[in-house]
Design a protein around this ligand. Structure first.
Ligand SMILES: Nc1ncnc2c1ncn2[C@@H]1O[C@H](COP(=O)(O)OP(=O)(O)O)[C@@H](O)[C@H]1O
Ligand SMILES: [Mg+2]
Length: 368
């Protein structure tokens, strides 16, 4: 069993606060992904779990053991680096065997035991045929597999990966996502995985911790962060294209709320917006894929003018102005490419009002 607990972690580099009071619990066997833009503190957080960096404040626990001050070798964690960090002068076999060789005495392993373990993990990663080669004789994808094998050969309690797929070409990356996910579940190994790629995070994680500027903004399942973002940052960082945000004002009368946005108004049933003031400025969040498109006027439809059509194969992204004639108000829509759409055409759109988000304009926090 392995649970990882980060408690109030702070890490500064001079005046930069790389990690700012991070609290997160990774459950036993969980695939946790730290997701956020470049520079938000993901790598530093991961290195603190590995013991390659020491926090200025806070504690790190693996199970109930406080490992904050332990060296990496005493933590039973293994980390895959972005650049693979293989030993160039060693063969693939020697690279994979290395973590066992240096612990041979402590683990009481014979050469035959080590060979068995290396072959087992090489088979798991489909690199049995490459064991005699040197890293320089391998493709990027093959090097990646060797790096993964090297971390798994001693079955660590916690598996750490820092953007492990970012150096692979797009097709291989997609293939490896599914393979890694399967491997993680088969081995049942508690995993913390760092990426800036939201699609990767959505497709692989049990839970995602969304980070920005050293802080964790939201922790939740892929559905949670996608459908119920707690902050406008999460809504606009996750999704492709990201969530549309439209500035609106809320008019409150008795127990009724009316969203007043440029181009349309919309009544929202009472009780759904706790603590909203009359005339409060908000950001209305609508995902591009939760909007229906009609060629003819429909009840409740919002009139829009198509500005740009971006075909995506089976889908199409429409860039529209929902306030034609007034101040331009842009919206992106992703819809099935079943009809022909032309630039300049007038259409009618209906957001799925059950799937909208409402954020405070000033703080960005979710209000609904
Ligand atoms: N060794 C270091 N010395 C100084 N600044 C650092 C060091 N490592 C990271 N930083 C800074 O800390 C912040 C977070 O970096 P990092 O954890 O690498 O982010 P991420 O992995 O999310 O891109 C950045 O501003 C980065 O420049
Ligand atoms: Mg990084």
């Amino acid at each position: 069993m392995a649970r990882v607990l980060l408690e109030n972690i702070v890490k500064r580099f001079g005046r930069v606060v790389a990690v700012d009071h991070v609290n997160v619990e990774v459950r036993d066997k969980e695939f946790m992904i730290l997701l956020g833009p470049s520079g938000c503190g993901k790598t530093t957080t991961l290195r603190i779990v590995a013991g390659l960096e020491f926090p200025d404040e806070g504690r790190v626990y693996i199970d109930d053991r406080d490992v904050t001050d332990l060296e990496p070798k005493d933590r039973d964690v293994a980390m895959v680096f972005q650049n693979y960090a293989l030993y160039p002068h060693m063969t693939v076999y020697q690279n994979i065997a290395f973590p066992l060789m240096i612990r041979r005495k402590k683990l009481g392993l014979t050469k035959a035991d080590i060979k068995k373990k290396v072959l087992e993990v090489a088979k798991m990663l489909k690199i049995e045929d490459l064991l005699d080669r040197k890293p320089g004789q391998l493709s990027g994808g093959q090097q990646q597999r060797v790096a993964l094998a090297r971390t798994l050969v001693r079955r660590p309690k916690v598996w750490l990966m820092d953007e492990p797929l970012s150096n692979l070409d797009a097709l291989l990356r997609l293939e490896m996502r599914a393979e890694l996910k399967r491997l993680q579940k088969t081995l049942g190994i508690t995993t913390i995985y760092v990426t800036h790629d939201q699609a990767e995070a959505l497709s692989m994680a049990d839970r995602i911790a969304v980070m920005n500027k050293g802080r964790i903004i939201q922790v939740g399942s892929p559905d949670d962060v996608y459908l119920r973002p707690s902050h406008v940052f999460v809504g606009t960082f996750i999704g492709s294209p990201p969530m549309n945000t439209i500035k609106c004002v809320i008019a409150k009368s008795n127990n009724e709320y009316i969203l007043q946005c440029s181009g349309f108004q919309r009544k929202i049933p009472g009780g759904e917006l706790a603590g909203v003031r009359d005339q409060q400025e908000i950001l209305l969040g609508i995902r591009p894929e939760f909007i229906d498109v009609y060629k003819e006027p429909v009840p409740g439809g919002i009139k829009a003018k198509i500005l740009v059509v971006e075909p995506q194969g089976s889908e199409v992204i429409l860039n529209v102005d929902i306030n034609p004639g007034g101040e331009e108000t842009l919206l992106k829509i992703k819809t099935k490419y079943t009809a022909k759409y032309r630039t300049g055409e007038t259409i009618y759109i209906k957001p799925d009002w059950t799937k909208i988000s409402i954020f405070d304009y000033k703080t960005g926090k979710s209000l609904a």
